[in-house]
Design a protein around this ligand. Structure first.
Ligand code: 9MR
Ligand code: 9MR
Length: 580
C-alpha cells in the first residue's frame, strides 16, 4: 500500500510524541517458567511506586524498581523491575502509568513455539505440494527435476548443460534457492540438540506426512533436506555443488509462478566439507531407524567419505561467484575463504562415525583455539559439539585414545571460558540478558547467530558440567528474543502480541493469507542496513544498533527469515522445552 504524505507526516508526529511521553513495558510476550526470574523493563517514566501486578487470583502486588540502565547507544534510560516470585502458573496483569500487559507463567511456556519452529521446515519444503499446512497449503512448485549443470561445474562426464534431477529440500530463506553450506549447517545445528534429547524428540510430533512412521519427526524433516543434499554430490568424483540456484533472485511471487532455469554451480571445498560432516552425523543418527530408512546409513557414510576425500584433494576450491559466467549468477553466495573450521567439523563427525584414526589426526590438526558460536561461515562450534557429545558418551571408558580425550578436554576448557565471558555483563545490561550488550551482537542474522546460539551454548555448558548455573542466563536471552528488547518485538512470527507481520519471505508476501507462516525467526536489528538502497517504501526507524530493525518485507537485512536462523531457534527452544 502506498502511504500518502499526510499519513506519513501524521505518523512521524505521533511517533515523535510517543518517543517523549509514551510509557512502554517490555517483557517476554510468550511466557515464563514458574521458577524463573521475572523482570520487566520500563521506558518513558520512572516507574518507582507505580507498578501494579495483579495475580491470577486477584491479589495486587507493588514491586520495586531493581535498577536503572542507560543505553550505551541511544542514551535512553530504562528501569528494570523484578516482579518477584510469581511461581503460580497463570496470567498476571502488569500495569504502569496507564499502560498494561500480561505475563504468562506456565510449566511449559515454550511447548508451542518450539514445535512451531520445527514445523516451519515443513511449510518451506520445496518440490512437493503442501497439504498439511492448513491455510498455508499450496501446490507443488520448483520440482527441480530438470536442473542444468552450470559451466562452472562442468566435467567430462557432466558437461555444461547436462540435465540432472535435484528435487526436494527446503527453500533457504526469503528466496527460493537451495544452498548446500546453509542446509548442512542447519541440519548439523539441530542434530546437536537432537542428540541430547532423543526421548523428547521421539515424542515431538509436528504433523508432517511422515508423522505416522517409526522415526522421530525431527529426523524425518531433516531427511527431506538430506535427500536433496545427496543429489548435490557429483557421483563421478564425490565433490559437492555449492548451490542450486536461478541466475537472479525471483520476484515476490509464489513458487508456481517462478520460471527461471535453475542450475547447479561450481563445487566448493566448504560446501563439500559441510556435506561430509552432516552426512556422517546423519549416518550415525539414522542407524536406529532401519525400518523406515534401511539403506540410508550406508549410503550417507559412503557419500561423506567420498566428499571428504574430494575436499582433501581440492583444499582451495573456494566459491567465487564473480567468476561465474554464461550465465552470471547474483544470488546468495555463502562464500568463505577459510575451510579450517569446515575441515574440523567434517573430520570430527567422520571420526565419531568411523573411529578411523586419520580423521582424529585431521581434527586435531584443525582444532580451533577458541570457541565461537556456530554460524554458516564458522562451523567450528559444530565440531566442538561433536567432541562434547563424544565425551559425554565415552567418559570413563577405554573407547577413546588419549589424543581424543585430550582434544575433548581442551575444547571443553575453551568452551567454558566462552560461557563465563558471555554472562559477564548481565548485571549492568539494559535488558537483563547476556545477549545485546556489545555492538557486535547486532548485525545480519544476529538473533540467531548471537542470541539463540549463545543461549544454546550456555545450556550445553550446564549439561557438560552437571550444573544449572547457566540456565537462567539462557532464559534471559529468550526473554530478550521474545519481547524484552529495545524494539518491543517478539521476533518469532505468530507468537506474542507484537511480532513481525511482513517478513522478507516470498511465499508469505505473495500468498493470500495475511499472517506470515508461524514460527519464523527474523534476522533482527542490523545497523549495517545493507538493504537501505533497495528499500523504496520503508525506512529504518533508527540507526541505533539495537533498534535498527523494521518489520517491512523490503528489509532483507533485518527482516528476512532463513533455515539456519530457524535451526538455531529449534536448537535453543527445543532444548529448553526438553529440560522440563
Ligand atoms: O530476496 C533476496 C534475499 O533473499 C537476500 O538475502 C538478499 C541479499 O542477497 O537479496 C534479496 O534480493 C534483493 C536483491 O539483493 C536486490 N534487489 C532486490 C531483491 C529483493 O528485495
Ligand atoms: O545469512 C547470510 C548473512 O550472514 C550474510 O551477511 C548475507 C549477505 O551475504 O547473506 C545471508 O544469507 C542470505 C543468503 O545469501 C541468501 N538467502 C537469504 C540469506 C539470509 O539473508
Amino acid at each position: 500500500m502506498k502511504k500518502t504524505l499526510l499519513t506519513l507526516a501524521l505518523a512521524a508526529s505521533v511517533g515523535g510524541m510517543q518517543a517523549q511521553n509514551q510509557v512502554e513495558i517490555r517483557r517476554n510476550q510468550v511466557g515464563c517458567y514458574p521458577n524463573q526470574e521475572k523482570v520487566i523493563v520500563v521506558e518513558g517514566t520512572n516507574p518507582e511506586g507505580k507498578v501494579r501486578v495483579t495475580t491470577p487470583k486477584g491479589k495486587v502486588l507493588t514491586p520495586q524498581v531493581m535498577r536503572e540502565a542507560v543505553s550505551p547507544w541511544s542514551g535512553k534510560t530504562r528501569y528494570l523491575v523484578d516482579l518477584g516470585d510469581l511461581s503460580a502458573p497463570g496470567r498476571y496483569q502488569v500495569a504502569v502509568d496507564g499502560q498494561s500487559c500480561d505475563l504468562l507463567v506456565s510449566k511449559r511456556p515454550y511447548q508451542d513455539i518450539a514445535k512451531a519452529s520445527l514445523r516451519l521446515f515443513y511449510l518451506i519444503r520445496s518440490g512437493i505440494a503442501i497439504e498439511q499446512g492448513g491455510a498455508y497449503n499450496r501446490p507443488l512448485g520448483h520440482p527441480d527435476t530438470q536442473v542444468l549443470v552450470h559451466p562452472s561445474a562442468a566435467t567430462d562426464k557432466r558437461p555444461a548443460g547436462t540435465v540432472i534431477s535435484s528435487p526436494y529440500g527446503w527453500y533457504d530463506a526469503g528466496d527460493y534457492n537451495k544452498y548446500v553450506v546453509n542446509s548442512a549447517f542447519s541440519i548439523g545445528l539441530m542434530f546437536a540438540t537432537y542428540e541430547q534429547f532423543p526421548d523428547y524428540f521421539a515424542r515431538l510430533k509436528t504433523d508432517i506426512p511422515e508423522s505416522g512412521n517409526k522415526t522421530p519427526d525431527l529426523l524425518d524433516e531433516m531427511m527431506f533436506n538430506l535427500k536433496w543434499l545427496l543429489t548435490m554430490q557429483d557421483p563421478d568424483d564425490g565433490g559437492v555443488y555449492h548451490k542450486l540456484t536461478t541466475p537472479n533472485f525471483e520476484g515476490f511471487v509464489l513458487p508456481t509462478d517462478c520460471h527461471q532455469t535453475r542450475y547447479v554451480v561450481a563445487k566448493s571445498v566448504t560446501a563439500t566439507l559441510d556435506f561430509a560432516a552432516v552426512m556422517a552425523d546423519a549416518a550415525r543418527l539414522f542407524a536406529p531407524y532401519k525400518k523406515d530408512y534401511p539403506d540410508f546409513p550406508a549410503q550417507a557414510t559412503e557419500a561423506a567419505e567420498r566428499a571428504y576425500q574430494w575436499a582433501k584433494e581440492h583444499p582451495t576450491a573456494f566459491y567465487r561467484q564473480e567468476q561465474l559466467k554464461d550465465p552470471a549468477v547474483s544470488t546468495g553466495t555463502y562464500g568463505d575463504g577459510n575451510a579450517s573450521d569446515e575441515f574440523f567439523w567434517a573430520a570430527s563427525a567422520l571420526y565419531r562415525l568411523t573411529n578411523k584414526s586419520t580423521y582424529l589426526e585431521e581434527a586435531r590438526q584443525y582444532q580451533p583455539q577458541r570457541f565461537s558460536t556456530p554460524s554458516w561461515g564458522n562451523v567450528s562450534a559444530l565440531g566442538v559439539y561433536e567432541w562434547l557429545a563424544d565425551l559425554q558418551i565415552n567418559i570413563g571408558t577405554n573407547n577413546r585414545p588419549k589424543e581424543a580425550q585430550t582434544l575433548s578436554a581442551d575444547l571443553l576448557v575453551h568452551f567454558c571460558a566462552y560461557c563465563e565471558e558471555a554472562i559477564k555483563g548481565v548485571e549492568t545490561s539494559c535488558f537483563q540478558s547476556p545477549y545485546g550488550n556489545s555492538p557486535r551482537d547486532f548485525g545480519w542474522g544476529c538473533l540467531a547467530e548471537h542470541c539463540c546460539c549463545q543461549a544454546m551454548a550456555l545450556l550445553f555448558a550446564d549439561r557438560m558440567l552437571g550444573t544449572t548455573k547457566y540456565r537462567p542466563y539462557a532464559l534471559q536471552d529468550s526473554d530478550y528474543l521474545l519481547g524484552r528488547n529495545a524494539t518491543g518485538y517478539c521476533f518469532v512470527t505468530g507468537f506474542g502480541d507484537q511480532s513481525p507481520m511482513h517478513p522478507h519471505h516470498r511465499i508469505s508476501s505473495a500468498d493470500a493469507v495475511e499472517a506470515p507462516f508461524p514460527g519464523m525467526l527474523v534476522g533482527g536489528p542490523n545497523p549495517g542496513q545493507q538493504d537501505k538502497r533497495d528499500m523504496h517504501n520503508a525506512t529504518y526507524p533508527s540507526n541505533y544498533p539495537d533498534e535498527s530493525y523494521i518489520d517491512d518485507a523490503e528489509s532483507y537485512a533485518s527482516n528476512e527469515i532463513a533455515i539456519n536462523w530457524n535451526a538455531s531457534l529449534v536448537a535453543f527452544l527445543c532444548w529448553l522445552d526438553a529440560l522440563d
